[in-house]
Design a protein around this ligand. Structure first.
Ligand SMILES: [Zn+2]
Ligand SMILES: [Zn+2]
Length: 170
């Protein structure tokens, strides 16, 4: 399954590379592309955040056997929650992910390596949803549900055996 990583201008080239170069099987790096659509229509003034559903709708549907993931720096929300890391169309081939809430509070070399780990885990998570995978009970599987950034640290950027098997099913 090939991955197209779209990214907005506020995502550093290093983070694009980190997200793309370490994709776990069965995900295969396809291409990275700058995202040309404006996120401005998705901005919610009252929340000072971006509406994740509207951002997701702005991501083009991929061709068969491809997944499109948009990586953004801006903060995302859905109406019922304070924030979301990302959002995907289950089995729809497309998803979005934000770096905003994955960032540790202080900047240091250690916090950068934590951020890169979280980025890799949640890239796998959203791509898994986009490919049709639901949440997984295995605590270190990328498809395990995380509600806060620290819980992402306990996961691996890979899929457990049962999630891997589910990828293979049509
Ligand atoms: Zn999820
Ligand atoms: Zn799993």
């Amino acid at each position: 399954m090939k991955v197209r990583l779209l990214h907005t201008g506020d995502v550093s080239p290093g983070h694009v590379r980190s997200a793309f170069s370490s994709l776990a099987p069965p995900l295969v790096p396809g291409e990275t592309t700058a995202f040309r659509n404006s996120l401005a229509p998705s901005y919610d003034r009252s929340r000072a955040q971006y509406d994740a559903f509207r951002v997701l709708e702005s991501v083009p549907a991929p061709e068969p056997d491809w997944l499109n993931l948009l990586l953004v720096g801006v903060d995302l929300f859905v109406p019922a929650l304070t924030y979301v890391f990302g959002l995907s169309h289950l089995d729809g081939g497309r998803g979005i992910l934000s770096l905003a809430r994955l960032r540790p509070p202080e900047e240091s070399e250690i916090s950068e390596s934590i951020l890169v780990h979280r980025l890799r885990v949640e890239v796998a998570h959203e791509l898994g949803h986009a490919a049709g995978l639901v949440h997984c009970v295995v605590t270190d599987c990328a498809m395990h549900r995380s509600l806060w950034p620290e819980s992402v640290d306990l996961k691996n950027p890979e899929f457990c055996a049962s999630c891997l098997a589910r990828f293979a099913q049509p």
